[in-house]
Write a protein that binds this ligand. Structure first.
Ligand code: NAP
Ligand code: ZN
Length: 336
C-alpha cells in the first residue's frame, strides 16, 4: 500500500465570525518530512470550536476550519515518519506541534511550549475529510476504544485527565465537577475511576440521572452543599458563574481549577483563599505522555464519551446543538 494523497481537501469553514459553516475546498500543500495525511473518520465538536467560530478569543483567522478531536487512518506518510504505519488508526487533538527542544518539551510538557501551534488556529482543522498533520502529535488509538467515543478524548478527555492527575485526585479526594457537558461528563468518569467521590454541579436539572450513571455520588443544581466538604473542584463551564460559593465548598488546601473558559475575569474574595489556604488554578490540554497515558487509562477503565453522531454535511445542526447545551454529551461528525 502506498501514499494516497488528497489533491484538494473537502472541509467546512466559517468565512466570518459567528457565521454558519460552508463547504470549503483547499489545497493541502506539501507533505513535510514528519507529516502524515489522515483520512478523517470522526471529529468531535468541542466548545472551543464554538469560541473559535465566534472569535471569542480574538485569535481566529478566516476561512476557519474548526475541529481538533480527530480520529482517522494514516493515508500518506512523509519520508521521516517511522512510528506510524499506513492504514493505522490515529487521533489528533488541539496541539499540532511544538519546538520539541525547550525545557518543557524535553520533560513532556509540550503543552507549555511557547512555540506550540494549534490544529485549527492558523491551520485548517478536522471538520473535513482529511488533514495533514505532524505525525509526532498523532497518537495510536488503543484497539478497545471505538472511534466515535474516543474522538472526544483527544481534547476533552486530556483536558480533564491532566489536572486530575497533576493535582493528585484519587481515593481520598472529594471532587466536584462544575458543568456536565463534553468535558464535564468525561471528568466525572475519570475522577470516579481514579477513586474520587464525585459531586456534579449543573445548571440542568434533567442531567441528574446521567451524572449518577457516569459515576457521580451527588448532584447539585447550583453551588449547593456543605461548606468545606470538597478538596478539588474542576470547572468545565464556558460561561460566567458566581465562583465565590464554590470557594466556600472547598476545605483547607482545596483547589478550584479552571479548564472551562469563562468569558469574564473571575472574582473571588481574598479572605476565601486565606482562610483555608485555598488556591485557584487553571490547566491547558495535556502533554504527549499524558495523552498516551489517558488513552491507555480510558481503554482499561472503560471510559467512553457519550456521543451523538451526525454526518459532516449536517455540521451546522451539530454546532447549534452544542451552542444550545443540547448535546448529550458530545456531538461527533462522522464521514461515511
Ligand atoms: P460544552 O459541551 O458546551 O459543556 C459546557 C457545560 O457548561 C454545559 O454542558 C453546561 O453544563 C455548562 N454551561 C454552559 N452554559 C452555561 C451557563 N450559561 N450557565 C451555567 N452553566 C453553563 O463545552 P465543552 O466542550 O465541555 O467545553 C467547556 C469549556 O472548556 C469551553 O469554554 C472550552 O473552550 C473549554 N476548553 C478548555 C480547554 C483547556 O485546555 N483548558 C480544552 C478544551 C475546552 P450544565 O448543563 O451541567 O450546567
Ligand atoms: Zn477542545
Amino acid at each position: 500500500m502506498g501514499n494516497s494523497i488528497a489533491v484538494k481537501v473537502d472541509a467546512r469553514a466559517a468565512l466570518a465570525p459567528k457565521q454558519a459553516l460552508e463547504a470549503f475546498l483547499y489545497e493541502p500543500g506539501g507533505l513535510g518530512d514528519h507529516d502524515i495525511e489522515v483520512a478523517i473518520t470522526h471529529c468531535g465538536i468541542c466548545h472551543s470550536d464554538i469560541h473559535l467560530i465566534d472569535d471569542d478569543w480574538g485569535i481566529s483567522k478566516y476561512p476557519l476550519v474548526p475541529g481538533h478531536e480527530i480520529i482517522g487512518t494514516v493515508a500518506a506518510r512523509g519520508p521521516k515518519v517511522r512510528a506510524l504505519g499506513l492504514g493505522e488508526r490515529v487521533g489528533i487533538g488541539w496541539q499540532r506541534s511544538s519546538c520539541l527542544a525547550c525545557e518543557f518539551c524535553r520533560r513532556g510538557d509540550e503543552n507549555f511550549c511557547s512555540r506550540q501551534e494549534a490544529t485549527c488556529v492558523g491551520h485548517f482543522g478536522g471538520f473535513a475529510r482529511s488533514i495533514r498533520a505532524d505525525s509526532r502529535f498523532a497518537f495510536p488509538i488503543p484497539k478497545k476504544l471505538p472511534s466515535e467515543s474516543a474522538a472526544p478524548l483527544l481534547c476533552g478527555g486530556i483536558t480533564v485527565f491532566s489536572p486530575l492527575i497533576h493535582f493528585g485526585v484519587g481515593r481520598q479526594t472529594r471532587a466536584g465537577v462544575i458543568g456536565l457537558g463534553g468535558l464535564g461528563h468525561l471528568a466525572v468518569q475519570f475522577a470516579a475511576k481514579l477513586g474520587a467521590e464525585v459531586t456534579v454541579f449543573s445548571s440542568s436539572r434533567d442531567k441528574e440521572a446521567s451524572a449518577r450513571d457516569l459515576g457521580a455520588k451527588r448532584f447539585s443544581v447550583g453551588a449547593q452543599g456543605k461548606p468545606g466538604s470538597l478538596d478539588f473542584i474542576l470547572s468545565t463551564v464556558s460561561a460566567d458563574l458566581d465562583w465565590s460559593p464554590f470557594m466556600e465548598l472547598l476545605g483547607p488546601d482545596g483547589k478550584l481549577c479552571f479548564v472551562g473558559v469563562a468569558p469574564k475575569p473571575i472574582q473571588i474574595p481574598v479572605f476565601s483563599l486565606i482562610g483555608g489556604r485555598k488556591s485557584v488554578c487553571g490547566s491547558p490540554i495535556g502533554g504527549r505522555k499524558d495523552i498516551r497515558r489517558m488513552l491507555d487509562f480510558a481503554a482499561k477503565g472503560g471510559i467512553r464519551a457519550q456521543t451523538e453522531a451526525l454526518p459532516l454535511a449536517r455540521v451546522n445542526e451539530a454546532v447549534e446543538k452544542v451552542r444550545r447545551n443540547q448535546a448529550r454529551y458530545r456531538m461527533v461528525l462522522v464521514n461515511e
